[in-house]
Design a protein. Structure first.
Length: 352
């Protein structure tokens, strides 16, 4: 079952268009990230103190402000998709309720079943039978709730094998709680997006013998230390991370976080609400949102099933060739005499 066989009424059209808009925002974020990465956004220096060389972050190119705005827009569109679906389920048979009650028809998110039960009883008193304790719509919404669904957890990172190599704990949070947290946080404060390094490794020794770590980069950060004068080839993966709102503590890559929330809403939440089933191919991610004579339902039926990530993969060979054609960069060497003070690395001078 997908959009070509399921009846697409106007409220569902709105959901499909919102999802396609989010897919476009992800594509724009990928393009911005690629262009930022091609500009040598992070420069390094080697600071020598005694018998030790330390690779230190010298400069970081500013993060494009549009990254945060695109993420914020996408999060609120995904949240609106859930609210649109609940409105459709609650009113499709009985019609719209009075305005004061209509304002209370939103998608609930609860970690505790007791609060959920209270919510359904209030909806029943409001006269919204579909969202009451015995309502069919309520039953579908319940299956998605964090207290009921223990499987829709999004890990901080998408690389379990590398996580095992790096060590340490990896935060996992329910998709709905993440969506709620980002949406609520964004209403009051700016989301925190930083430049992060997935890991920095030396090419001269096996990964298993290195202290790999995930870290936020700041000017003055010490990346590696090694014997003075040694020629050490290095590689790393630098991109944008986002601080998960309190009380969460993780800082996942921002595009990865959004993509997984998008996949959850598109493949799990919306199909479950509409049909009671998890369907990976319910709405196509690629829908023409521009000027066209085609009606919306036709656009949805003829939409592309290729996601922003899949479209980007087609460009990977060319981007890889461009990257390989660039000469390796050699950081500037800064030699400290005994007793020198350096603002960039004063905290590490004298450390063996």
């Amino acid at each position: 079952m997908n959009a070509s066989t399921f009846p697409i009424v106007p409220p569902l059209e709105s959901v499909a268009l919102r999802l396609a808009h989010v897919d476009e925002q992800i594509e724009r974020m990928i393009a911005l990230s690629v262009e930022w990465g091609k500009s040598d956004p992070v420069t390094y220096e080697i600071h020598r103190s005694g018998k030790t060389d330390r690779v230190i972050v010298k400069n970081i190119r500013p993060i494009p402000p549009r990254i945060s705005l695109l993420f914020s827009d996408a999060i609120n569109q995904l949240r609106a998709c859930l609210d649109n679906m609940v409105w459709h389920l609650a009113t499709s048979s009985s019609g719209p309720p009075p305005d004061d009650i209509a304002r209370r028809i939103t998608f609930p998110i609860y970690e505790e079943e007791e609060k959920w039960i209270k919510w359904t009883k209030v909806r029943a008193r409001d006269g919204i039978a579909e969202l009451g304790p015995a309502g069919r719509a309520a039953a579908r919404v319940r299956t998605l709730q964090p207290f009921s669904d223990r499987t829709s957890l999004i890990p901080e990172r998408e690389t379990p094998r590398l996580d095992a190599l790096v060590g340490g704990s990896v935060e996992r949070a329910h998709a709905l709680l993440l969506l709620q947290s980002y949406s609520n946080h964004d209403k009051h404060r700016a989301l925190t997006i930083t430049v992060a390094q997935s890991y920095q490794s030396r090419l001269d020794i096996p990964l298993t013998q290195q202290e790999l770590k995930f870290a936020t980069l700041n000017e003055g950060s010490v990346i590696l230390s090694f014997p003075a004068g040694a020629a050490i080839p290095m590689e790393g993966n630098t991109g944008f991370s986002i601080k998960r709102p309190d009380p969460l503590t993780g800082s996942p890559q921002v595009i990865s976080e959004l993509r997984r929330l998008f996949d959850y809403v598109r493949k799990i939440a919306i199909p479950s609400l509409a049909t009671g089933l998890v369907l990976e191919s319910f709405f196509p991610p690629g829908i023409d949102l521009g000027d066209s004579v085609q009606p919306v339902n036709k656009r949805i039926q003829e939409g592309s099933w290729c996601t922003a990530d899949e479209r980007f993969r087609d460009r990977l060979p060319d981007l890889t060739r461009e990257a390989l054609a660039q000469p390796p960069s050699t950081p500037k060497l800064v030699v400290h005499a005994p007793g020198d003070e350096c603002a960039a690395c004063s905290a590490t001078l004298g450390t063996p």
